[in-house]
Design a protein around this ligand. Structure first.
Ligand SMILES: *Cc1c(COP(=O)(O)O)cnc(C)c1O
Length: 386
């Protein structure tokens, strides 16, 4: 077979994502100390450059952690032990909010959403009605495990009207599509470095509303490393991090944000839209369905694998034989789903590679379809949007 295990690899997982050469070079620079004017300048600039991605005038706080660290920081800084919160569970990451709440002795009231569906604001209204002592609603802007988006703005209208905080996991949303944290009334928005921000894993970011910051100052939850009040004071007032910074990642972030703003945020969002549309267009052309056809995420597309075909085998074949990494499904979607990420340092034309590899693997595993139809559909969509 001609394409077997090529040296060139492609990464289309919904995190980590490819890192541009410009950022890799920045990461390779000799180490500097984190209590220096040089580091402070980069930290200040990176935090400033993050604000438009969050849609906020508030301070963006950087943490040396994966995205889950920022989720945990939001929970422990804004809620106390024994307090109640409502959380949207529409997949693995929504489920994580429930686990975090439980781990910290908080009472989580779950809104279960079928995989691939969007959370409905009426359900949030209902849940808050049934749990009037809930202090916060926790949700994903984009649920990466099901490739679905949730309507943050509409749910924020509900939480605002009730004076309840809204905590949003924007880990596959920030830098992918527009976030209007201040305008919508989001109290905490978190993200991580390895999705749309074109960096390796290891940095997390969180911004708090004024109301959330006041809560953080009063929270009774035990915390030390993830004390956002202390961290904010260090970053805003002393221009350094409370603990040793992930120095190279901060320098890399500053570079990737320079690239993002160089392209222009509206263009970055449009590019992600086209990548998503092109990838989605391939599915029906291959006789396949989408997991979230009505509310698909702009950062990752979930294509259902044909019945009787082992989706895990498909993903393994793509990675090991074709050099193209995508991700399979989790839990009830294990073996039934292919998730193709399109976040960060990718172009719409890259998606033709992902679809071509998917076609090659489908054909190898015996799925019957018109060869080339997926690539043609994706290419047509790109050309239409040009
Ligand atoms: C990737 C991801 C996370 C998890 O972040 P880690 O960096 O693995 O801790 C959380 N939420 C969503 C929606 C994600 O896509």
């Amino acid at each position: 077979m001609l394409v077997k295990n090529p040296v060139k690899k492609y990464l289309f997982t919904p995190g980590p994502t490819p890192v541009p050469p410009e950022v890799l070079l920045e990461l390779a620079r000799p180490m500097i100390h984190h209590r220096t004017p040089e580091f402070s300048a980069a930290l200040d600039q990176a935090r400033e450059r993050m604000r438009p991605l969050f849609g906020t005038r508030q301070e963006v706080i950087l943490l040396a952690a994966s995205g889950t660290g920022a989720m945990e920081a939001a929970v422990t800084n804004l809620l106390g032990p024994g307090e109640h919160a409502v959380y949207v569970n529409g997949g693995k990451f929504g489920e994580r909010w429930g686990k975090l709440l439980a781990a910290h002795g908080m009472a989580g009231h779950e809104i279960r959403v079928d995989w691939g569906r969007a959370a409905r604001p009426e359900r949030v209204e209902e849940a808050l009605g049934a749990n009037p002592n809930a202090r916060a609603v926790l949700m994903q802007a984009s649920e990466t495990s099901t490739c679905a988006v949730h309507p943050v703005a509409e749910i924020a209208a509900v939480t605002q009207a009730r004076g309840v905080m809204l905590i949003v996991d924007g880990i596959t949303s920030v830098g992918v599509f527009e976030q209007k944290m201040d305008e919508w009334g989001v109290d905490a928005l978190v993200t991580g470095s390895q999705k749309a921000l074109m960096l390796p894993p290891g940095l997390a970011m969180v911004a708090l509303s004024e109301r959330a910051l006041e809560r953080a100052q009063r929270s009774r939850s035990p915390r030390y490393y993830f004390d956002l009040v202390r961290e904010l004071k260090a970053q805003r007032d002393e221009h350094t991090t409370a603990w040793t910074a992930a120095v190279s990642l901060v320098l890399g972030l500053n570079k990737s944000l320079e690239m993002i703003h160089g392209e222009g945020l509206p263009q970055v969002f449009a590019r992600h839209r086209v990548m998503a549309e092109a990838t989605r267009a391939a599915a029906p052309a291959l006789g396949l369905g989408l997991l979230a056809p009505d509310n698909p995420a702009p950062g990752v597309t979930g294509i259902l694998t044909p019945p009787g075909l082992d989706g895990s085998k498909l993903v393994r074949y793509m990675r090991d034989e074709l050099g193209v990494s995508v991700q399979g499904g989790q839990d009830q979607m294990k073996g039934k789903l292919v998730r193709i990420g399109h976040m960060g340092y990718l172009s719409p034309f890259d998606m033709l590679i992902a679809v071509a590899a998917l076609e090659t693997a489908l054909a190898h595993l015996g799925h019957r379809f018109e060869r080339g139809a997926g690539v043609a559909a994706a290419a047509r969509r790109i050309a239409e949007r040009a």
